[in-house]
Design a protein around this ligand. Structure first.
Ligand code: ARG
Length: 568
């Protein structure tokens, strides 16, 4: 990669001058006028070397070799060294841009479990779960693209005392056949659950009935188990529809993921280990893990009534992951879960470190912010729940209206869902999002449809040609204009963007990159002829650029879980 090469040549210059290289750091300035790459090493060394930073920068710059790759080196106040890649090198690299350009081996050998989505059985698949699904999937894709072995897990919320109430409600007021045949079984289950709480207001006795049913479930009672399993099947049917629409697949437990219930019989050893290591303290009949110096609030592991909790199951989950030969013991475990659980995950990770299970940094919580709805109609139409199917359907409908050509349902769905995904990925995931259709579908701005349209634009040019006969440009005879050059520079940086995105678990680096590339290409497209260009060499070069742009747009969109379309 070009960046590594730049690192090496500057390092050589430092070594020649007997300067320390430890702090050498290369950045890629956003503004091209500051170079393709830049380093502040002279500024850092000036003090210890007792030199004027500008002079030191100049000396380092003068000793940089490999002028064939570097087109220009400039020293800039107060002591930066900015470097530009030569046009020849940029042109020469163009042939490397094939469909797998962007895939690297930087994370080769690393094993990562990415756990995302994790909706709750018999509850709505919320927009929070949607965010987790979209972001988690993109992160898994990024890690895979950088060579890691990735396991995609889904920690379904399929266990807990609420199932006692749910079972009671189904038995008391439900009609199994009707739920079975319903288009939206979860809605039926939710209304039964709501009814349970309404009834319990009037008749608190049924709370006790709910508890009894959960106890039965824990003890393996046939009827309790049957209904609980039904709840899972009914919910999964609905969740699966969503996953299919979104193009999401999990790899663990035959594609279902290891839900909380899987760990029901795996908690006991964890509790024993916590006791053995003296990490549990009794308080008012419950058992809690306390943290040194109370730096975090205590975490409850066993309730007063002896029941286990979400945390107990998470501990068992991680023990399973760390001990299972399917994974390696230094597997990195990532949970993509809403920011509201940040404290909880801190406690969980801290406790796992205290147990001696993990090293620092081995457990990662990727937080996402909340959705806020600008269009209030959408959030109130059906009570307070926003049904995801409605959002996805609406997106498809609106995408259809957006298209210039008449597009089929499949294309509209790809654009609509792509738009929702882009909107979720275009900023740092921990930030809240205002859900605004105008922004999501804005053809002029930072949106999925804008980038997808840029791809369509490229393809409509390329589809008119037999691109296999377009020769590679002659690196020697380059007279590119600025618009072409800036595209070329941007294309070259794509693998670095992927690496940085993977390193920081930040899909928004990819959206930023793709949006920038799209803008540059569209500007170029507006200003210059492509197919009608008279000079054959120039024409060929522009076609080639178009082709490379399309390859990268497609690769990048796919990393984000967004499919391209050929027409819109
Ligand atoms: N089911 C949970 C919820 O909807 C999310 C689970 C997250 N993962 C975990 N390992 N705790 O809030």
């Amino acid at each position: 990669m070009v960046k590594e090469h730049i690192y090496t040549v500057i390092k050589r210059s430092l070594e020649k001058l007997n300067l320390p290289v430890e702090n050498l750091n290369i950045t890629s300035p956003a503004q091209e006028s500051y170079g393709d790459y830049s380093t502040s090493i002279a500024l850092q060394l000036a003090k210890s070397e007792k030199k004027n930073p500008m002079e030191l920068a100049q000396t380092i710059a003068d000793n940089i070799e490999s002028k064939d790759i570097i087109g220009k080196v400039e020293v800039m106040k107060p002591g930066f060294i900015n470097l530009w890649i030569s046009k020849e090198k940029l042109l020469g690299n163009l042939s490397e841009i094939a469909p797998s350009f962007g895939n690297t081996h930087t994370n080769a050998g690393q094993h990562v479990i990415v756990e995302y989505s994790s909706p709750n059985i018999a509850k709505p698949f919320t927009v929070g779960h949607l965010r987790s699904t979209i972001i988690g999937d993109a992160i898994a894709n990024l890690l895979e693209a950088t060579g890691a072995t990735v396991f995609r897990d889904n920690h379904l919320g399929d266990w807990g005392t609420q199932f006692g109430k749910q079972i009671y409600a189904i038995k008391a007021w439900g009609d199994e056949k009707q739920i079975e045949e319903s288009e939206n079984p979860v809605k039926e289950l939710v209304s039964l659950y709501v009814k349970f709480h309404e009834e319990a207001e009037k008749n608190p006795q049924i709370e006790e009935e709910g508890r009894k049913w959960f106890k039965k479930l824990e003890e393996g009672d046939e009827e309790a188990k049957r209904l609980w399993k039904k709840c899972i099947d009914w919910s999964w049917k609905e969740f699966n529809k969503i996953y299919q629409k979104l193009g999401i697949e999990f790899t663990e437990n035959d594609g279902r993921g290891y839900g909380e219930s899987y760990f029901e019989d795996k908690m006991e050893p964890v509790i024993e280990e916590l006791r053995e290591k003296n990490l549990l303290k009794e308080s008012k009949g419950a058992e809690l893990a306390f943290f040194p110096d109370d730096k975090l609030p205590p975490l409850m592991i066993i309730k007063q009534d002896g029941a286990t909790l979400y945390a107990t199951r998470d501990l068992a989950t991680d023990k399973f992951r760390l001990e299972n030969p399917r994974y390696v013991s230094d597997v990195t475990i990532i949970n993509e879960v809403g920011a509201e659980q940040a404290l909880y995950f801190k406690q969980l990770f801290e406790l796992e470190e205290m147990l001696g299970w993990i090293k620092k940094g081995q457990r990662i919580h990727i937080k996402h912010g909340m959705y806020r709805f600008k269009d209030m109609k959408m959030s109130t139409r059906k009570g307070n729940t926003i049904w995801l199917e409605d959002v996805l359907e609406e997106a498809t409908k609106r995408a259809k209206g957006l298209a210039k050509d008449k597009v089929n349902e499949e294309t509209a769905e790809k654009v609509g869902i792509g738009a929702i995904k882009w909107n979720d990925l275009k900023r740092s995931s921990h930030l809240d999002i205002v859900f605004d259709w105008d922004e999501i579908l804005n053809m002029q701005g930072n949106s999925g449809p804008y980038v997808q349209y840029t791809y369509v634009r490229c393809k409509s040019i390329l589809n008119k040609l037999d691109t296999s006969v377009i020769p590679d440009p002659d690196p020697g005879s380059s007279n590119m204009n600025e618009d072409e050059l800036t595209i070329l520079r941007t294309l070259n940086k794509y693998p670095e963007a992927v690496m940085e995105a993977a390193k920081n678990y930040a899909p928004n680096y990819i959206t930023t990159y793709l949006y920038d590339l799209s803008q540059k290409y569209n500007l170029f497209y507006q200003k210059h002829q492509i197919l009608k260009e008279a000079n054959v060499n120039t024409r060929n070069f522009r076609i080639l650029l178009t082709q490379k742009v399309s390859i990268i747009l497609r690769h990048g969109l796919n990393l984000l879980g967004i499919e391209t379309v050929e027409k819109m």
